[in-house]
Ligand binder design. Structure first.
Ligand SMILES: CC(C)(COP(=O)(O)OP(=O)(O)OC[C@H]1O[C@@H](n2cnc3c(N)ncnc32)[C@H](O)[C@@H]1OP(=O)(O)O)[C@@H](O)C(=O)NCCC(=O)NCCS
Length: 213
C-alpha cells in the first residue's frame, strides 16, 4: 500500500526533488542528424533563459506568451525556474562551438485528477521550420504518457499558423475556446499502448519504480 502511494506520487512528479530533475536528460535526434539535449530548467538558468526569450522575435514572443512581453515577467520566471509538483520547464540545447546553446524551451503541467497534460513551447526563430518543434512535441507526448496523461493539449492564437500546422501534423484536433475568442485549443488523446520514441522516459519510469520498491 505504501509502495503504491509512493509510486503514484513519483509518477505524478510530487516526489521529484531538484536533484532528481537535474539527473534527467534526454538526447533526441533531429532531422539533420544532430543531437538535441532536453533538460529541466534550474534556478541558475535565469540569465540564459531570459536572454533566450529576449532573443526571440516580437512575433514569436507574442505567440508564446499570448501577450506583448520582452521577457518572462518576474512571477513567471520564478515558476519557470522551479520545476516540481506537477509543473515542469525544460530547455532544448544544441552544441555550438563547444558550448550548449539554447534553441528552445517548453513548459508543461499535469493534472493528475483529469489526467490532462497542458504545454506551451518555443523554438529559436533562426531554427524554426527545421522539424525541431516536431521532435520536441514528440518528447512532450512521451513525458505526458509517462505521467499517466490520457489527453495532451495547448492553447494558441488563431493567427499562429506554425503552431497549428505543427499540431495538425501531429494528429491534434482543434476547438474554439469560448472564454477567449483569440485562442484555439489543440488537443489529442494519448494511447498508453502506442509505442512512441521515448526510451529515456521509459527507462526513467523503470528507475523510479525500482527506487520505490
Ligand atoms: C510553433 C513552433 C514551436 C513550431 O516549431 P518548428 O520547429 O518551427 O516546427 P517544425 O519545423 O517542426 O514544423 C512542423 C510543421 O509545421 C508546419 N510549419 C512550420 N512553420 C510553419 C509556418 N510558419 N507556417 C505554416 N506551417 C508551418 C510545417 O508543415 C512543418 O512540417 P514539415 O516540416 O513536415 O513541413 C515555432 O514556430 C515557434 O517557436 N513559434 C514561436 C512560439 C510559438 O508560437 N509557440 C507556440 C505557443 S503554444
Amino acid at each position: 500500500m505504501v509502495d503504491t502511494m509512493h509510486q503514484t506520487l513519483r509518477r505524478v512528479g510530487a516526489l521529484l526533488g531538484p536533484g532528481d530533475l537535474s539527473q534527467h536528460i534526454d538526447i533526441v535526434r533531429l532531422r539533420d542528424g544532430r543531437s538535441m539535449t532536453l533538460r529541466f530548467i534550474e534556478p541558475d538558468d535565469a540569465i540564459v533563459l531570459q536572454n533566450y526569450f529576449r532573443g526571440l522575435s516580437v512575433t514569436s514572443r507574442y505567440n508564446r506568451f499570448l501577450a506583448a512581453v520582452g521577457e518572462l515577467p518576474p512571477s513567471e520566471l520564478e515558476k519557470t525556474l522551479h520545476s516540481g509538483g506537477n509543473s515542469f520547464s525544460i530547455l532544448a540545447t544544441l552544441k555550438s562551438g563547444g558550448v550548449d546553446a539554447i534553441i528552445g524551451e517548453a513548459r508543461y503541467a499535469f493534472d493528475p485528477v483529469a489526467a490532462r497534460f497542458e504545454f506551451g513551447l518555443s523554438i529559436d526563430d533562426h531554427l524554426q521550420g527545421q522539424g525541431i518543434g516536431t521532435v520536441l512535441l514528440s518528447n512532450l507526448q512521451c513525458r505526458a504518457m509517462t505521467l499517466g496523461a490520457t489527453t495532451i493539449f495547448g492553447d494558441t492564437l488563431r493567427s499562429n499558423d506554425a503552431m497549428q500546422a505543427l499540431a495538425r501534423k501531429a494528429g491534434y484536433t482543434f476547438a474554439a475556446l469560448p472564454s477567449d475568442w483569440r485562442l484555439v485549443r489543440f488537443e489529442k488523446s494519448l494511447d498508453p499502448a502506442t509505442e512512441i520514441p521515448c526510451a529515456g522516459w521509459r527507462a526513467h519510469g523503470r528507475e523510479m519504480a525500482v527506487a520505490a520498491n
